[in-house]
Design a protein around this ligand. Sequence first.
Ligand SMILES: CC(C)(COP(=O)(O)OP(=O)(O)OC[C@H]1O[C@@H](n2cnc3c(N)ncnc32)[C@H](O)[C@@H]1OP(=O)(O)O)[C@@H](O)C(=O)NCCC(=O)NCCS
Length: 207
Amino acid sequence: MECTVRLERESEYRAVENLVRNSFWNVYRPGAMEHYVLHCFRGNPIFIKELGLVLEKDGKLIGYTMYVKSEICLDDGGALPIITLGPICIANEYKRQGCGKILLDASLEKARALGFGGVVMEGNIDFYGKSGFVVAKERGISYADDPEAEYLLCQELKPGYFDGVSGTFADPEGYFVCQNDAEGFASFDAEFPKKEKKRLPGQLFSE
Ligand SMILES: CC(C)(COP(=O)(O)OP(=O)(O)OC[C@H]1O[C@@H](n2cnc3c(N)ncnc32)[C@H](O)[C@@H]1OP(=O)(O)O)[C@@H](O)C(=O)NCCC(=O)NCCS
């Protein structure tokens, strides 16, 4: 697949948010929240502007990914700086054609070049495992909300960055903006084209 990974432009913010909304729509819950999470993160100091990346094909935006600065709380009391990926998405009509892997791999390469040491986030090992992620608890990193979680994943960007680590990861606060600001989210979402919310098998959340 011939496509380009590049920084998103300010003029594309709304188009990117619409892409994120459409791609996540009814996947994990009826409707989607990820476009508001992205929208709010853009004004947050932990958002990494250099890693707000689009995937473009024939002049069309077909994918997006972003990262934020975060940390692992170490059992000995310290904190290890890391980055957290997400949301990442591919336009519906391009899913399962290798585009997600192209975008993910390019973003990891860029994160490595920027000097970040490691990535931790929740995700499906079937997708992320193909790009080098492993289950985080196997590297001594447990999830604050669910210590035995197999879906908390990690990847070193600098070799040895997680060696000897024992600690806990909690999602940065900004990922909960829709729950914390339900009104703001509802009025933001109303600016987008109307779409039908559906309850579908396999969704993780009921609303
Ligand atoms: C998840 C997502 C980014 C993957 O992008 P994609 O372009 O569809 O994935 P790719 O074609 O690059 O997949 C590469 C491999 O990862 C695995 N994979 C991808 N999506 C998967 C899924 N939903 N379930 C299980 N395995 C998956 C497969 O092994 C796939 O290879 P295959 O198609 O030959 O079996 C995309 O499907 C998407 O936007 N989904 C909705 C939003 C979302 O869930 N984002 C991730 C949140 S953690």
